[in-house]
Ligand binder design. Structure first.
Ligand SMILES: C[S@@+](CC[C@H](N)C(=O)[O-])C[C@H]1O[C@@H](n2cnc3c(N)ncnc32)[C@H](O)[C@@H]1O
Length: 253
């Protein structure tokens, strides 16, 4: 499958999924507090972004921004976010939320692997289940490096590769390994879903270093007691025992 076909497949898949993300998106827009991933773990517990006051007036690019709530959180901190997303239906929701919550920032329709903005124009690149799983890391991570200034940070959340090797094509993660670790990256769960990318830790560390990033941290997220999720690929029980999500914290050297 060529890159343009794959982009079209992703766009179509997200056009169908988009309405499911309307109310969750609204809740996040309405929330004053940054929270990560499917368990909504507050940033104040994770401290992935350091002292939040440092982001005032800083330029932030969100790669695969969806309904735009992460950028909105950054704007509330005084940062200057820009969101890029491939799917018009997602950007329409982000624009509607900008009006509803009276908080505007630039939104670009495009591919996070090829962002139409100059080199070294951002202080933070962020992705929460955006480019971090829907784009080939061998393309989007060098693109994030290009966009960042020296000393800028790339922070992204994705499914843990452990959860992926415990997941068959359908159903929730299991307590056994069902997929190969070696060679894993591009995954097609089914013909009508978008392609995902899940690179294991060794090659991810190599890629980040080759792209000029220093790795400052890798936070493995645990489901809190009593957690529930609307997602069918994961259970709170599994995620209370093993990390189903992880956040990489890196700096462009
Ligand atoms: C799950 S949303 C991420 C936004 C939000 N953090 C969330 O969790 O709802 C995934 C987004 O990635 C976008 N996306 C997928 N491939 C992309 C690409 N190549 N470039 C930009 N955005 C992309 C989709 O259109 C979708 O809006």
């Amino acid at each position: 499958m060529g890159n343009r076909d794959e982009l079209e497949r992703t766009r179509l898949a997200w056009a169908k999924l988009s309405d499911e993300f309307l109310e969750p998106g609204r809740r996040c827009w309405a929330s004053p507090e940054i929270a990560w991933g499917i368990w909504n773990i507050p940033e104040r517990e994770l401290a992935t972004l350091g002292d939040l006051s440092q982001w005032k007036d800083k330029e932030v690019i969100e790669l695969g921004c969806g309904t735009g709530y992460f950028s909105a959180w950054m704007a509330k901190l005084g940062a200057k976010p820009t969101g890029i997303d491939l799917t018009p239906a997602q950007l329409d929701k982000a624009r509607a939320f900008q009006v509803e919550f009276d908080l505007a920032f630039p939104l670009i329709e495009g591919d996070a692997c090829s962002v139409p903005l100059p080199d070294q124009s951002f202080d933070l690149a962020i992705s929460e289940y955006g480019a971090s799983i829907w784009c080939d890391p061998y393309r989007w991570i060098p693109e994030a490096a290009r966009l960042l200034r020296t000393g800028g940070q790339l922070v992204f959340l994705r499914n843990s590769p452990l959860s992926i090797i415990c997941s068959e094509d359908n159903g929730p993660a299991q307590d056994k390994l069902v997929r190969d670790w070696f060679g894993m990256n591009r995954i097609e769960w089914s013909a009508d879903e978008a392609v995902e990318y899940h690179l294991p830790h060794g090659p991810m560390i190599q890629l980040l270093r080759d792209s000029g990033f220093r790795i400052d941290g890798l936070k493995e997220l645990q489901a809190p007691e009593g957690a529930t999720t609307r997602h069918d690929y994961m259970t709170a029980d599994w995620a209370s025992r093993w990390p189903c999500e992880e956040i990489w914290i890196t700096t462009k050297e």
